[in-house]
Design a protein around this ligand. Structure first.
Ligand code: FE2
Length: 211
């Protein structure tokens, strides 16, 4: 069984060491994916540690930064501003985040096929943050940390009435229900450093209306 364990920050956060899943034989892997999917349904958030291989990170980050960008202003969140970059479907970054293993886990958790994927990258410079909010759409969201500042830029989530600080390192990912869990990031404090993440938002196939 893969190393499913809980780490405590300010609250319990389930953590999966992602590459260990690949080392399992097929039946054990299927069982483990089912177990992770159940945990994701219960907790609405799971950390996938070492999701992206470290040697790939420089190229993935370059790809994220190469996309056309614009400044985002979240007027409902105290006019916070950061940069959003487009990422290309079919590129290395998109492919790494929509691997069959990843999508299998997502389909298991949603119990429905994936219908639409939407992806982008976020860049927070020193002094920038994203305040508390829930996303307006999507069923599950995968956030891959591509660069993490040495101070600030921490992902926060409201879990069971407590604020959990989730310390992602470059290469770690977070899979969570962004529409139901309140979340935020703290202000980047380190001078000349950035928080860079890429995001894929997964939409499940809608359930057909009953006649
Ligand atoms: Fe969000």
């Amino acid at each position: 069984m893969a190393a499913l364990h809980r780490v405590s920050t300010d609250g319990p956060v389930p953590v999966v060491v992602w590459p260990e899943l690949f080392e399992l034989a097929d039946p054990a892997r299927t069982k483990c994916v089912d177990q992770i999917a159940r945990m994701l349904c219960d907790e609405r958030l799971i950390v996938l540690q070492h999701f992206a291989d470290h040697c790939l990170l420089p190229d993935l980050k370059s790809e994220a930064l190469a996309g056309r960008s614009f400044r985002v202003t979240a007027t409902e969140r105290e006019d916070e501003v950061w940069s959003e970059h487009q990422i290309e479907p079919g590129g290395h970054l998109w492919t790494a985040m929509t691997s069959p293993m990843t999508e299998n886990l997502i389909v298991c958790a949603l119990e429905r096929p994936i219908f639409i994927r939407r992806g982008w990258a976020n860049v927070y410079e020193c002094g920038e943050k994203n305040g508390w909010h829930r996303d307006g759409e999507g069923d599950l969201q995968l956030v891959l940390c591509l660069e993490q500042p040495t101070s600030g830029g921490i992902f926060l989530a409201s879990l069971r009435g407590c604020v959990a600080e989730i310390n992602l390192r470059a290469g770690d990912a977070l899979l969570f229900d962004a529409t139901r869990l309140s979340h935020a990031t703290t202000r980047v404090k380190a001078t000349n450093q950035r928080r860079i993440t890429s995001v894929i938002r997964f939409y499940a196939l809608p359930v057909p209306l009953q006649e």
